[in-house]
Design a protein around this ligand. Structure first.
Ligand SMILES: *Cc1c(COP(=O)(O)O)cnc(C)c1O
Length: 223
């Protein structure tokens, strides 16, 4: 395993936090990283997160970083720490409903589609009007709006990646100013993965989601 503590230290020097993305890796490997002091872990599949969570220490903060279907919200709301992938009013409503049922407050990030690749997921920057009409505190009393999340294009071209991260940062500031100015929780920009996290840190990431650099490469099946 690479030096997770050194990685964590580097990330913290930018005022950001490391999320270890443990998808496809087993609980023993997660335990190894936990022993290095990491408490934030990210999974992209509901089923996988549900299977691992009861087998691991209680003080782990679980981040859902993959697409979330409304019918699966109920399975993670009892324990999840933060949901990074909110991209529709329908999903917001379901998370609120389940959070109320569980008497929990759930941290959420709005996922934006900033990359050049086609994707069904994430709010398109030109389609964020619905966020402006939310009466957030009144409609979603059990949700804590914490910020934004995005993924850059998979490319060697650093300037493309950098400009996409800048676009996400601009969206964050815009929403903070126009929609969430009363929400002190709105502080997070989740961006950067193994291949591009140094650029993300330079561009103001507060949460970086790193998998393969910590755990090694994933089996290519089922990704
Ligand atoms: C898998 C994944 C990551 C981590 O990717 P690595 O390249 O392994 O660091 C980050 N964010 C999301 C949304 C992911 O699905």
């Amino acid at each position: 395993m690479p030096d997770v503590r050194a990685l964590q230290f580097n990330i913290q020097s930018y005022g950001a936090r490391l999320i270890a993305v443990s998808k496809t890796h087993g609980v023993e490997q997660i335990r190894g990283v936990y022993k290095e002091g990491i408490r934030d872990f990210g999974e992209n599949k509901v089923q996988e997160m549900m299977e691992k969570q009861p087998l691991l220490p209680n003080d782990i903060q679980w981040h859902l970083i993959g697409h979330l279907q409304t019918n699966k919200v109920k399975y993670i709301v009892p324990f999840v720490y933060m949901i990074h992938t909110v991209d529709s009013p329908k999903l917001l409503a379901e998370i609120e409903k389940q959070a109320a049922k569980n008497q929990r407050s759930i941290r959420i990030l709005f996922q934006f589609h900033i990359a050049r690749e086609e994707s069904k997921y994430g709010i398109k920057p030109e389609e964020l009007d619905w966020l402006y009409i939310l009466d957030f505190s009144r409609a979603y009393p059990h949700l804590l709006p914490c910020g934004v999340m995005g993924m850059a294009t998979f490319t060697e071209d650093e300037s493309v990646i950098r400009s996409e991260f800048q676009a996400l940062k601009n969206l964050f500031h815009r929403l903070k100013r126009d929609v969430f100015s009363d929400h002190h929780s709105f502080t997070e920009i989740s961006m950067g993965m193994s291949s591009d996290y140094p650029i993300a840190l330079e561009e103001g990431a507060t949460l970086v989601r790193i998998g393969s650099l910590i755990f090694g490469s994933r089996p290519s099946v089922g990704q």
